[in-house]
Design a protein around this ligand. Sequence first.
Ligand code: HPA
Length: 274
Amino acid sequence: MPFIYEDYKKSADALFELSGGAEPEILLILGSGLGFMADEIESPVYVGYGDVPNMKRSTAPDHKGRFVFGRLCGKNVAVMQGRLHCYEGYSMEEAAYPVRVLRLLGTKKLLLTNAAGCVNTSWQKGDIMVINDHIRLFGFGPLNGPNISEFGPRFNDMVRAYDGEYIDLAKKAAGDLGISIRTGVYMYFPGPSFETPAEIRAARVLGADAVGMSTVPEATVAAHCGMRTLGLSLLTNMAAGISGEKLSGEEVNQTAEESSERFSALVRKVITGM
Ligand code: HPA
């Protein structure tokens, strides 16, 4: 059953109470292997997803499944330590649910991070990519069902789903830090299987630079309700069939760990400028 506006309102009211009246400026969603960044929040207040009415729980390995409210780089932030994915059995609307809840708490800026497979053969495992567009060709999106007009219009524009100024900000932040950064297109696959080599060849023909199992639900809903979004992908592995090696969740987590300092420095710098 699709949600109605009152469902979101109920969740937002509860989250406001549980967080002690948080009014975060930025929502930061942490992808696979990147949850450690929540440990950097000052004066943290934790709220488990299970304590928020209507919210689904995070079941993905290593995703803690809680909000952390507090300060990061001088900004009031809400961090999702672990996100919700469709492969956990959730609809796209359920996966993106927290974005609208935070919007009702006044949040207008969204920083999405993810681990992704690298499709672009000129790039390397460990590279960081700022997302300038995405591809989601198949299946229902998160706005399927009756439109909730309090959030946005029935047919919403996706041309500026990834904010141009934020893309420039990420490039400049990376330059200042001496970190190299790629810019490209993220293609959504529902998972939980990694893609087949043929799917990756198809993705490349279609114009994808990276593939992953998240981000698109949240970015779509954020565009609909007028939030500014920045997406950063850590390319934790070459996508299926490129290196000939077997893909695994362990490789994803290992690369994320190896890149943690670089990635978190970039996230901090970007948040300062958002
Ligand atoms: N495919 C999909 N999702 C991913 C990958 C991948 O290769 N790596 C990390 N997340």
